[in-house]
Design a protein around this ligand. Sequence first.
Ligand SMILES: *Cc1c(COP(=O)(O)O)cnc(C)c1O
Length: 372
Amino acid sequence: MTEKQLPLARPNITQVEIDAVVAVLESSDLSLGPKLPAFEEAFADQCRRKHAVACSSGTCALHLLIRAMGIRDGDEVITTPFSFIASANCALIEGAKPVFVDIDPHTWNIDPARIEAAVTPKTKAILPVDVFGQMVDMDAILDIAHRHDLRMIEDSCEALGSTYKGKPAGSFGDAGVFGFYPNKQITTGEGGMIVTDDAALARLSRSLRNQGRDGNGGWLAHPRLGFNYRISDINCALGIAQLHRLTEIASERTRVYELYQTRLGPEKRLTLQGLRPGVTPNWFVFVVRLANRYNLADRDRILVSLREKGIGCSNYFAPIHLQPFYVEEFGYRRGDFPVCEALADRTVALPFHHELSSEDVDRVCGELRNQL
Ligand SMILES: *Cc1c(COP(=O)(O)O)cnc(C)c1O
């Protein structure tokens, strides 16, 4: 008997989303139509921000912000090595240097106590990441940013719907960034968003997104060098429908998180991500950290065995500083960020989406225990 496949992630799409997409297809406004500002306005509201700028991916949103903030060759951006590659690449792609700061072993986020030692006269911004939906220590990081006159970019791509002291992810820094790939809390297929209260930053990001055009100059007037990072109205309609369902989607994810938590929380051979006081998370993935006596080879063997049983799983994340082109450009090696590496060697992300029943979670936890 072949057992049911349990994918790692799965988009939460209902008939409402399908109807919304079809309605755009039946109109003639497939791009730069009414769904773009409607999605942006609804998203700005969600993040309690004055402006939102939608674009074609979370990576594009990060890149637009780095460019719009004038961060370039010779500048430095402080960020975490325990993240998805885009949060460091956005600086590198503009010729700036991502300066890594090791993480806190409990929260898995950038360790605010280590940030100040990394500030130099070249530092222009701090770019913390809300890892897996856990929000960073906003008070501490904003305090450092203010004291050193640095920009703060929140990479909240994994934290839509999370709050810190009652305020939503994306509402803290000079700007926040979100991504809508199908494994995220809400999806637009592909898509991203910048949120900010800074009108000039929003205006410049909008222009850079659209080939350097300005509001009223016309289609062939390009006052500055820009990109095509637009998002279609088809994607925006999907995003609006998903955003309307955010509370429902979050509660379905919380249900599954709690199923895992009750089963794996007491397990001595692994630990769960510690929750920072004040954070109410909308989790992006469910990741366990194996105990120190397991090594990278043990972890990889566990991933292979779980996959053989039809259980989707992954190593979230691989340290950014050990990716070959970072090693080549900056000479990083193992041991440079030991807290990040010790965690990254031992993570197992388990299936996490709304369709998992308590029997499915029992099966995943049982198979995981069999491998320990
Ligand atoms: C998903 C994600 C992004 C953006 O990804 P895209 O696939 O480009 O939308 C950026 N940073 C982090 C931490 C992410 O998880």
